[in-house]
Design a protein around this ligand. Structure first.
Ligand code: TXA
Ligand code: MG
Length: 345
């Protein structure tokens, strides 16, 4: 199959493919999604196949409005309505109890009684949903386990030949996947996956919420099935440089002594400090240390350095941030890429 690149003017064709049960990757403010009709089981199965994703991992349903959610759920709790007013369209996914007879494919929900919904902040994709006349599943459009795609090129690198098309709308602003909040028990909303929208920002709207204990201590089982899988890893090992230890120089010397080819993924501030070291490659996440920019460029940086290190016995040293709520999304993805390891001699 030849994977076509569509732009906004070819929206109709892309929507037609979705209606016929095909796969179109779509842009969002977080990462590119792999879209299929969420009510069509055959189509949804193809999504799992194309990604190589385990099918016990439920998918997010992308909608163009609150009204579209109402067609599938029992009821939308008041707190969730407030959150939708504040954050939709945007990088917040909400989990609700499903209505008894609903049209979502059971492959979307992995047979749970709940489903995750999100209204992405991208007008091209909102139009695609409207023209397709159906909600779209949309896991990140990468091969399972690889860094998520933040450009159409990333999508093609992983899925070319496996999907009908990709709708190109440039780079993603946020850069990591949405915050997932479980609202199935509205008395105790719980963050299952950290993202750009923080716990405090949510609490300002609906009061106290919880965080899945798995996010605090990995010994606990995650409530979100997707969290247990290895994620976001390039082929090259990634080693985080802890922000408090701040031992970049020591780490470079250590790996160079082991004859490793060292690449750096950091802010310009750090890169400036390391000019005297001859490293193989450098990818700047931000100028000054700044988590929003680092978040936006993290996955692209991991992909770029991994490509440069093809054929080398390399290592990517990547900039850690302090473990505060604002940095939770970035640190969650980086620590997964780094297999929870940081440099310590
Ligand atoms: O930013 C995003 O959310 C991106 C873009 C493309 O919109 N999408 C995305 O989708 O990351 P997906 O399907 O890969 O995210 C699914 C996450 C997984 O961690 C999954 O386990 C969790 O949401 N999830 C989905 N439905 C769930 C449910 N009913 N209960 C608990 N967790 C659920
Ligand atoms: Mg993903």
């Amino acid at each position: 199959m030849e994977t076509k690149v569509y732009h906004q003017d070819k929206m109709k064709e892309a929507a037609e493919i979705i209606k016929q049960g095909g796969l179109i990757s779509f842009p969002t403010e977080t990462v590119y999604g792999l879209g299929a009709d969420a009510t069509n089981t055959e189509a949804v199965k193809k999504v799992y196949l194309a990604k190589g994703r385990p099918s016990d991992n439920p998918l997010i349903v992308h909608v163009d409005s609150k009204e579209m959610v109402e067609e599938y759920v029992e009821a939308i709790p008041d707190k969730a309505i407030q959150l939708m007013k504040t954050f939709w369209p945007g990088p917040l996914t909400l989990i609700f109890n499903l209505a008894q007879d609903n049209d979502l494919s059971t492959s979307v929900t992995a047979n749970l009684n709940t489903a995750a919904f999100r209204m992405p902040n991208n007008h091209v994709t909102l139009e695609l949903i409207r023209q397709s006349g159906t909600p779209l599943v949309g896991p990140s459009a990468n091969t399972s386990g690889k860094p998520s795609p933040t450009t159409a090129i990333h999508v093609l690198n992983d899925l070319s030949g496996k999907i009908e098309g990709v709708l190109d709308d440039g780079g993603c602003e946020v850069g990591i996947e949405s915050t997932v909040l479980d609202m199935s028990n509205p008395d105790m909303p719980t963050i299952l996956r950290p993202g750009a929208i923080t716990k405090e920002e949510i609490e300002q709207v609906i009061g106290e919420i919880a965080i899945d204990t798995y996010l605090v201590d990995e010994q606990n089982a995650p409530k979100s099935p997707g969290m247990k899988y290895k994620h976001y890893s390039p082929d090259t090992p990634v080693i985080m440089i802890d922000s408090e230890l701040d031992n970049w120089e020591e780490a470079i010397e250590y790996y160079q002594q082991l004859d490793k080819t060292v690449a750096i993924l950091s802010s310009g501030e750090i890169a400036d400090r390391l000019v005297d070291y001859s490293v193989f490659a450098l990818y700047m996440l931000s100028e000054k240390k700044e988590v929003k920019s680092a978040m936006q460029h993290l996955f692209g940086g991991l992909r770029a350095l991994d490509a440069e290190l093809t054929g080398y016995d390399g290592v990517i040293l990547a900039e850690g941030y302090p473990e505060v709520s604002q940095n939770a999304g970035y640190m969650n993805r980086l620590k997964k890429a780094a297999n929870q390891t940081f440099f310590r001699k």
